[in-house]
Design a protein around this ligand. Structure first.
Ligand code: SF4
Length: 342
């Protein structure tokens, strides 16, 4: 029997994921044809399946799209050479990269232009890391451990960048060691670890003294979900990563537990799990406020505006296509609503 369930906030969709999901929904809404998406739009199995049902095809290589296709590039960022290939084959490529990933790409470009060698702390097989390394493959070096840094022989002119979704426990020891190995180490003024990753980790850390178990909702390829799991594990509290409500069927949950979700996990899954657990008491736990918003990709906004203007010419009914297809209300429209209307 679960006595008390803490529903932790912030959890779930971050501003980058909100933007990418809505951007893909806009493409489906405006163009009546298959949309090709490079990589999973966000790392969540349920969301990917929902989009697949609606004529989105996820690809891992530009050669997998037909000539003239409409393409969306995922939130995790795409290497410039891959983006160029998509641009050559497609009739339109919209890049829904999160602005915080773009920030890391800019930093990589800047350091590379200064002939600085770049250590990039990230997960070798993660889409975000692959995209970032593509910015300057000749002088970027991916590391996952202190040992990897130790083995580097790249001179003294060195900068340190990071994947946005690392656990603090992954990032900080490598940063400290790199500062010792390279006394003149260059780093961005503002941390590469994004606000959403940091806030979710901070919120779950604050609830740990009050619970015996934590449930983290999110898919196994979601880096910030895995970072949350790691964070709890490091504090010797029982933790389970849950994709959907079925995953809790065989768990023996007791006492006080907390539930959170990675930045790409839909909230309805969190509520299905709460309903299934049916705790004696449910308490909201919200130690941090979050209000970030990222606008839709610039090119998509321009396209939607053109389509809206075009449709308004034929507006003979009382409903105004401008308000139906417009983007002025984007801030109020959520990714959850976008997914519900697929
Ligand atoms: S987790 Fe952070 S970097 Fe990734 S999409 Fe969300 S806000 Fe952007």
């Amino acid at each position: 029997m679960v006595n008390k369930l803490y529903l932790v906030t912030p959890r779930g969709f971050c501003a980058g994921v909100e933007m990418a999901i809505k951007a893909l929904k806009w493409l489906l809404k405006v163009y009546d044809q298959t949309i090709y998406c490079y990589h999973e739009i966000v790392h969540n199995k349920w969301i990917v399946k929902e989009f697949e049902k609606k004529n989105v095809v996820f690809v891992e290589d530009p050669k997998d799209i037909p000539d003239g296709a409409i393409v969306m590039l995922s939130a995790h960022g795409t290497s410039p050479s891959i983006e160029k290939r998509f641009n050559q084959i497609s009739s339109m490529t919209i890049n829904s990269v999160c602005p915080l990933v773009t920030k890391v790409h800019h930093e990589a470009k800047k350091f590379s232009n200064e002939n600085t060698q770049i250590i990039y702390v990230g997960h070798k097989n993660h889409d975000e890391a692959k995209g970032a390394l593509g910015v300057s493959p000749q002088n970027m070096h991916i590391v996952e451990t202190i040992d990897d840094v130790d083995k580097l022989d790249i001179g003294e002119n060195v900068a340190l960048l990071a994947q946005t979704t690392l656990a603090k426990s992954e990032w900080e020891p490598i940063m400290d060691y790199s500062k010792t190995k390279y006394p003149d180490l260059k780093m961005p003024r503002k941390s590469d670890l994004c606000y959403a990753t940091t806030n979710r980790q901070q919120a779950i850390t604050e609830i740990l003294p009050y619970v015996n178990t934590v449930l983290v909702v999110g898919s196994d390829n979601s880096s910030n979900t895995q970072a949350l799991v790691k964070m709890v594990n490091n504090n010797d509290v029982e933790v389970f990563r849950i994709d959907d409500v079925k995953d809790i069927e065989n768990l023996k949950l007791e006492g006080n537990i907390a539930i959170t979700a990675g930045a790409s996990a839909p909230d309805h899954i969190v509520y299905e799990i709460i309903e299934k657990i049916n705790p004696a008491e449910l308490e909201n736990f919200k130690p941090i406020e979050e209000a970030e918003y990222f606008p839709l990709p610039q090119q998509l906004r321009a396209n939607i505006k053109n389509v809206s203007n075009f449709l308004s010419i034929f507006n003979t009914s009382e409903s105004n296509p401008k308000s139906e297809y417009g983007i002025s209300n984007d801030k109020k429209w959520t990714a959850t609503e976008a997914l519900n209307s697929l």
